[in-house]
Design a protein around this ligand. Sequence first.
Ligand SMILES: Nc1ncnc2c1ncn2[C@@H]1O[C@H](COP(=O)(O)OP(=O)(O)O)[C@@H](O)[C@H]1O
Ligand SMILES: [Mg+2]
Length: 230
Amino acid sequence: MIRLEDASKIYRRRGEQVVAFRPTSLEISTGDYVAVVGPSGSGKTTLLSMLGGMLSPDEGQIWIDGTSIYAGSVTARASLRRDKIGFVFQTFNLVPYLTAIENVQVPLCLAGVHKDDQHRHALGLLERVGLGDRLGHKPSELSIGQQQRVALARTLANGPPIILADEPTGNLDPDSRACVLDFLDELHAEGRTIVMVTHDATAASRAKRKLTLRDGSLVTSDSDGPARAA
Ligand SMILES: Nc1ncnc2c1ncn2[C@@H]1O[C@H](COP(=O)(O)OP(=O)(O)O)[C@@H](O)[C@H]1O
Ligand SMILES: [Mg+2]
């Protein structure tokens, strides 16, 4: 379970303030599939970054499975992020000089997985996203859609129970978009929690719950979870 407790965020830069996220409380149940929608600048990425342990709220707290993630040390937060959270971004952050399979092996290597197992596991993941024949290609030798699928395979390498995706289908061709969405459906069916920011109505319709943000406030939260804007 992910829980926001009166969490808010104001960006301050050279004396100017931008209220990016107004105090909000919200629960996301384990295994839920949530779409976050709203106009550009409404605070979607800010929300996702706070949920993922990458951006501390100015006020309030964020809990993941009973741990207040910004209350502990940076080290504790880093290990919680590594064990529990997988990110998928619109820009994939693949390492340009590594091949597809090496990119997928990076998190396995960091987790201390044996070299042979890294290769076997990464191969399985790339096959799962339909890229079993592109193992030795560098990102620049892959289409945008293929790069996103490599990124997805890399995200899944350590089996994170929570997947946070920021416009994962933005800029993709229809086939890759369908592949990414099918894959997210599978991950949801496996019991993982998915929170996906999207502009894409088709993508949003695949989720079980929709959160709508406007101007840093949660304006609707359809279906089950208790949501209240303070
Ligand atoms: N690092 C930053 N510094 C200052 N303002 C920011 C920063 N990041 C985002 N903002 C502002 O915060 C608001 C919310 O941004 P964001 O969460 O990125 O919205 P969205 O993802 O919905 O487009 C916007 O007004 C944006 O300009
Ligand atoms: Mg954004």
